[in-house]
Design a protein around this ligand. Structure first.
Ligand code: FAD
Length: 400
């Protein structure tokens, strides 16, 4: 039998980050991953640390704190995570989108973000690969890119260095609680004695919640991506387009649109990785747990991206894949300690922002556990915001 102070369920970027920040605080941590590290969303995504796609308010504030942490992270974790302060750009294709973008950028600047609207000439000076037809762009020089898989692995290995035990191929099947307190977990390999459980199971967080009778409203939202052959660097920043923002933040504005990528609630998301491959995305679809790619998705992403970045036409697409984002109904993650069950912690539901928010989530959740309470400033991330009484049973584990 394994013994720990804290058992973290899920070896994605969120679980690995929490394991790292907790073990740094000398907590005895066990990280339990049913398959391999970064085998789900954290290994099937982009690496944008783009703040200019976030709404001003609690979401942007959290992202600003997280982005600051990235600058020292490579050194702190002691291995490459392919982080670079690349800048990010939202391409404004049509003049008619300028007004909305100017207002949005204004609100972000007021919230402390270093973002500007630039004209066609400046946008193409910054990103020479952009098409001549664009109206302009918004540009944020402090945004960055990271390799999500390397980041997840770096968090886990750094946690291991601080004494955490990383158990892959270890699936949690039940959680035992007595008198409203967590006692242990059962996995396919053994029992794990623990007082604290962190549910960082991404799209499976609702199943882990069900093990203790708690309803967690997280569901999968598919994102498809196309990968090109490697090429010398010709795209510097993380690139989105204004329609990406519309489908993400104001979906009502594109409802009924005939555009093929709008129909998949998608938008332009293009980055060139350190190895030279270009990642072209993405869609936002509710299709259950289906991780397949579709002709409609691939065609829509390639048409939109080659229109905005014509040079992409010269590259071969070598692969396509899809990941499942952990979606919550209001687009904010859940970071909370469940009231009626001591100490069941939830850290999941980061949808399309989990990579960017991973350092601050790890630090915040580690503090929550070491202090044994949830700071009132985290109210917006509570489970309770979704329903008044989310607990089906109090303190009773799901016997399986
Ligand atoms: C196409 C796409 C593009 C994206 N682009 C970006 C981006 O540019 N920037 C950004 O910030 N975010 C992006 N995201 C979002 C980001 O990928 C996610 O928010 C993040 O990876 C979620 O991490 P996680 O650790 O919560 O979940 P996951 O990575 O899914 O990890 C959860 C882990 O829990 C494990 N698990 C589940 N149940 C059990 C169990 N019972 N026992 C043991 N282990 C269990 C799973 O195997 C899994 O490994 C993107 C997502 C997609 C799909």
């Amino acid at each position: 039998m394994l013994e720990s102070d804290v058992a973290v369920i899920g070896g994605g970027v969120i679980g690995a980050s929490i394991a790292y920040y907790l073990s740094k605080e000398n907590r005895k941590v066990v990280l339990l991953e049913k398959d391999q590290l970064a085998c789900e969303a954290s290994g099937a995504c982009d690496g944008f640390i783009t703040l200019q796609t976030k709404r001003p308010g609690i979401q942007l504030d959290l992202a600003i704190k997280s982005r600051k942490m990235f600058s020292g992270l490579t050194e702190e974790l002691g291995r490459s995570i392919e982080y670079r302060k690349s800048g990010s750009m939202i391409v404004i294709e049509e003049e008619s989108q300028l007004d909305l973008m100017e207002k949005f950028v204004d609100s972000q600047r007021q919230a402390g973000l270093d973002v500007n609207i630039v004209d066609n000439k400046e946008a193409r000076r910054l990103e020479p690969a952009l098409s001549e037809h664009i109206a302009g762009a918004s540009y944020c020089p402090s945004d960055g890119l990271v390799n999500p898989m390397l980041l997840t692995i770096a968090f886990a290995l750094a946690a291991e260095k601080h004494g955490a035990k990383i158990c892959t191929g270890t699936e949690v099947s039940s959680i035992k609680a007595e008198g409203g307190k967590i006692r242990s977990l059962r996995t396919n390999l053994s029992e794990v004695k623990t007082n604290v459980v962190v549910n960082a199971a991404g799209i499976y967080a609702s199943f882990v919640g069900a093990m203790v009778g708690i309803n967690i409203p997280i569901k999968p939202r598919r994102g498809q991506l196309v990968v090109t052959q490697p090429s010398p660097l010709f795209i510097r920043s993380g690139l989105n387009d204004a329609r990406y923002l519309l489908t993400k933040l104001w979906p009502d504005q594109v409802r009924g649109s005939e555009d093929e990528l709008d129909k998949l609630s998608g938008g332009l998301a293009v980055e060139q990785t350190e190895s030279g491959n270009v990642l072209i995305g993405s869609t936002r679809e509710f299709v259950g747990y289906d991780k397949g790619v579709t002709i409609e998705g691939i065609t829509a992403m390639i048409r939109r991206s080659t229109r905005i970045i014509p040079r992409l036409r010269q590259l071969f697409a070598i692969r396509a894949f899809a990941g499942l984002r952990p979606y919550t109904p209001d687009g904010l993650p859940i970071m909370d300690m469940v009231n009626n069950l001591e100490s069941f912690v939830i850290a999941a539901g980061h949808e399309g922002d989990g990579i960017a928010l991973s350092p601050i989530t790890g630090k915040t959740v580690a503090e929550m556990i070491t202090e044994g309470k949830v700071d009132p400033s985290l109210n917006s991330f509570s489970l309770g915001r979704f329903e008044k009484d989310h607990t089906q049973t109090t303190g009773e584990a799901n016997p399986r």
